[in-house]
Design a protein around this ligand. Structure first.
Ligand code: HEC
Length: 461
């Protein structure tokens, strides 16, 4: 986070036209951007992009007074102790300049991302930034018409990304809903966008026609636990037209065989008919159905506190309903759990399709069904590894490529490396999706970005 803020403040300081003083813009990045967005587009706090505010008139004296006193009860700090009058005045001047000028000036050109050069991909592949205005970006869904919807965690928002010039850069990022409870999960089915929050699922009908008109949502009638621990939920529409949703274990390790926890559920699109699909799952943050077999593949993150190298995170295959994947009795497919294994054997449970490595935090995954990448990548699986948080040496922080032979994993290799550069974490991949042209999107919740990966055959020598 520190590095991200530093990066943002550097680029903003350079971008700020001298007319309103680099100071105001830089001070804004330093003190305000975390809550109001690097481009003033809003995050935890409201958008300050145009001078039409709810709580204060767009006049300098009133703005200075407002910033000085804040609204501490509503989460807007009082700045008079922390910043002197000169600095508050400079920030006010900056906020009173049209946001268009400010954001156009700050709009990043290709040269703004020197770290892109540090990513390593196979020959012929390139990576670019599709959008850098997607704070805490989590799951993504691409609709048949090519719109991209993105959920978020701390930002509490759901975004619509639009490439209005059709130039493969999302120049518009529209917040379609905010103030939600970790709305990480998004999926699309028959014109409707479904969003999973910690304790509920909401739906936005006809979203492709309403996304820019403050769309209304309705709450699905399904009751789901709202535990904070592993309580965030992805959601995916399956090939059977049902919505699939996990409920994680509300703990590091615990036995929740008798509750909705540590299972994957499925239900009708209106929330009715919820049923258990699979159990024995600690916490899954990624589902994908094989494009030809329609079988469900999903990631599952292993328990903590068994040391740096145990257990492995898993890639699982659930070809049918009713399978048990071993939690809490068996960790990583092979390690009897020291607290819960009594009387149980790892062999009783579905074997992992692949062991992905300890603490890599494998999250979103997607099959490549498009035709842009070379044929050897067709119908193969890509997994975002968010990276370890408590391992003494960091692991993960990459996108893995899993190749399949039938329903067996043939190879597990690195596809994108470089989310750690020179010992610095520059991003954490969360989810993978493909655009209609066959290019790949990767969301990154640390940098608040969506990357786009393309392929073009290297020129023959
Ligand atoms: C910790 C988060 C946080 C930080 C940091 C923060 N704000 Fe806020 N700010 C908020 C919240 C939340 C609100 C909304 C309060 C409400 O609506 O009741 C807000 C409201 C405002 C508003 C009124 C917007 C409106 O539409 O009425 C302005 C102006 C503002 N902040 C300016 C600033 C400036 C300038 C800074 C930096 C010096 C700053 N804020 C830093 C959280 C923050």
């Amino acid at each position: 986070m520190k590095r991200l803020l530093t990066l943002l403040s550097i680029s903003a300081a350079f971008a700020a036209p001298a007319a309103f003083g680099a100071d105001g813009a830089a001070l804004y990045q330093q003190h305000c951007a975390a809550c109001h967005g690097a481009q003033r587009e809003g995050a935890v706090g409201p958008s300050l992009a145009d001078a039409t505010w709810d709580k204060v008139q767009p006049h300098k004296a009133e703005l200075v007074k407002f910033i000085s006193n804040g609204l501490p009860d509503a989460g807007m700090p009082a700045w008079k102790g922390a910043l002197d009058a000169g600095k508050i005045g400079a920030i006010a001047d900056y906020l009173l300049t049209p946001a268009k000028a400010a954001s156009a000036a700050a709009a990043p050109g290709p040269a703004s991302y020197p770290e892109l050069a540090g990513f390593k991909l196979p020959v012929g592949f390139s990576i670019a930034v599709y959008s850098d205005k997607v704070p805490s970006a989590r799951s993504m869904v691409v609709t048949p018409s090519g719109m991209v919807f993105v959920g978020s965690r701390a930002a509490g928002k759901v975004y619509a990304l639009v490439s209005s010039k059709h130039d493969n850069v999302a120049d518009k990022v529209i917040t379609i809903a905010e103030g939600l409870n970790s709305p990480i999960g998004v999926t699309y089915l028959n014109g409707t966008l479904y969003v999973a929050e910690i304790g509920r699922v909401i739906r936005f009908d006809d979203i492709e026609h309403t996304y820019d008109k403050s769309p209304k949502y309705t709450v699905l009638k399904v009751s789901l636990p709202d535990d904070k621990w592993h309580g965030e939920k992805i959601i995916k529409a399956g090939p059977d037209g049902k919505l699939y949703i996990p409920v994680g274990a509300p703990c590091n390790v615990c036995n929740r065989e008798d509750t909705l926890h540590s299972k994957i559920h499925r239900m009708n699109p209106d929330g009715s008919g919820r049923e258990e699909f699979a159990r024995g799952i600690r916490n899954t943050v990624g589902f994908a159905w094989h494009p030809l077999t329609h079988q469900l593949w999903f990631t599952d993150n292993g328990r903590d506190e068994l040391g740096d190298n145990l257990p492995s995170d898993k890639l699982n295959l659930a070809p049918k309903a009713g399978m048990h994947f071993g939690f809490p009795y068996c960790a990583g497919g092979v390690v009897p759990d020291p607290e819960f294994a009594a009387g149980r054997k790892c062999e009783e449970f579905a074997e992992p399709a692949a062991k992905l490595g300890p603490h890599v935090a494998s999250l979103g995954l997607a099959f490549n069904t498009g035709n842009q990448f070379p044929a050897q990548y067709k119908n193969q699986l890509f997994i975002a590894e968010h990276g370890s948080w408590n391992r003494s040496q960091k692991i993960g922080y990459r996108v893995a490529l899993i190749t399949l032979s039938g329903d067996k994993v043939a190879t597990d290799t690195v596809f994108i490396d470089g989310f750690i550069q020179n010992g610095q974490v520059i991003g954490r991949p969360v989810d993978i999706a493909f655009l209609a042209d066959g290019s790949m999107l990767v969301s990154d919740d640390q940098a608040g970005r969506i990357y786009r990966v393309t392929y073009s055959a290297p020129a023959k020598k």
